[in-house]
Design a protein around this ligand. Structure first.
Ligand code: APR
Length: 308
């Protein structure tokens, strides 16, 4: 039996994600949105690409959660995107209502699914999904660290003129202006980045990474990033479906790890068939630990506003 993924939201992130999933033949896809006709039209269009691309996976666009039943993974992308000048946090209250309504339905029809949340402000929305679904913490994951790390790695590869495949780098913390790129674990083909780049250049790259989402919003003017975010989700689904035990930075519910309690914050986790199978605890420098705590405090503020 093929796996099944539900993608909630047939907008830029959701439709691009559905495209990537069927292209890689990772799973059948249910694409759901409140707009009538849009998920159906995009779903049918993707299905009709099957004979050309050679995939047999099925994709169904729908407005009815019954069609999402028994999904192995549910990805939450629905919500309002960020407009220029708007911070991720401005989206808080509007997207809280969207996530609550959608996850209630999705969890009812797919009680054993692993939830991956993309909707911003990410950390508060994944915490909402955790509370609303009642799922165990290993089955509720926030996508942010993979994307933020990919941006960081892109800029590093560009600055050093090396393959992106040679660049390893972690970005931890909340998915916002307080995110924490971790230079002490950034390597180029195994060589610590501090040996290859002057501090000033690295600081500029860290700053650009923190503002990476806003940079795209300012260019697009009518929406936010979707190619890299959808690619990040696919990497997470691939790790889960293939039980890779892959260590990736994701938002996970912490209960004491990294000195943080009762909050979703981006940390390295081991992703496998059971979702988050381990929170990987790495040693941080005192500065990095302080930045992580500051970032967690920013997440806590949002979570308290919506009472999750
Ligand atoms: N249920 C289902 N779908 C909904 C709901 C809802 N309650 N409310 C809104 N939607 C749908 C919209 O109809 C739209 O098709 O969510 C989709 C969002 O698509 P876009 O506006 O294109 O936004 P997108 O770029 O995909 O971003 C979605 O991901 O990266 C984050 O910050 C981003 O929070 C935003 C989310």
């Amino acid at each position: 039996m093929r796996k099944k993924v539900t993608v909630i939201g047939a907008g830029n992130v959701g439709a691009t994600l559905a495209h990537r999933i069927v292209d890689k033949q990772l799973a059948d896809v249910a694409l759901i949105d409140i707009l009538e006709g849009v998920p159906q039209g995009k779903g049918l269009d993707l299905l009709e690409a099957g004979p050309i691309e050679g995939y047999d996976v099925k994709i169904k666009g729908t407005n009815d959660y019954a069609d999402t039943a028994n999904s192995d993974v549910v990805v939450m992308t629905a919500g309002f995107p960020r407009k220029p000048g708007m911070s991720r946090d401005d989206l808080l209250k509007a997207n809280y209502a969207v996530v609550k309504a959608a996850i209630e339905q999705a969890a009812k029809y797919s009680p054993n699914a692993i939830l991956i949340v993309v909707t911003n402000p990410l950390d508060a929305m994944v915490q909402t999904a955790y509370r609303v679904s009642g799922f165990p913490k290993n089955r509720v994951i926030g996508m942010a660290g993979v994307l933020d790390s990919a941006r960081y790695r892109t800029f590093l590869a560009e600055a050093l003129n090396v393959s992106v495949q040679d660049v390893e780098g972690l970005v931890l913390g909340g998915h916002g202006d307080t995110m924490v790129p971790v230079p002490s674990y950034t390597t180029i083909a195994g060589v610590p980045v501090a040996q290859l780049l002057p501090k000033e250049t690295l600081d500029k790259i860290i700053d650009r990474t923190r503002k990476g989402g806003a940079e795209i919003v300012n260019l697009l003017k009518t929406g936010s990033a979707f190619y890299a975010p959808s690619a990040a989700v696919v990497q997470m689904i691939d790790a889960i479906f293939n039980d890779r035990k892959k260590v990736l930075p994701c938002a996970a519910f912490l209960e004491g790890e990294y000195g943080i309690n009762g909050l979703f914050v981006g940390v390295p986790v081991k992703l496998g068939a059971n979702g988050i199978e381990e929170i990987v605890q790495i040693k941080l420098t005192p500065e990095e630990q302080a930045e992580l705590e500051k970032s967690a405090a920013a997440v806590k503020e949002l979570v308290e506003i919506i009472g999750v």
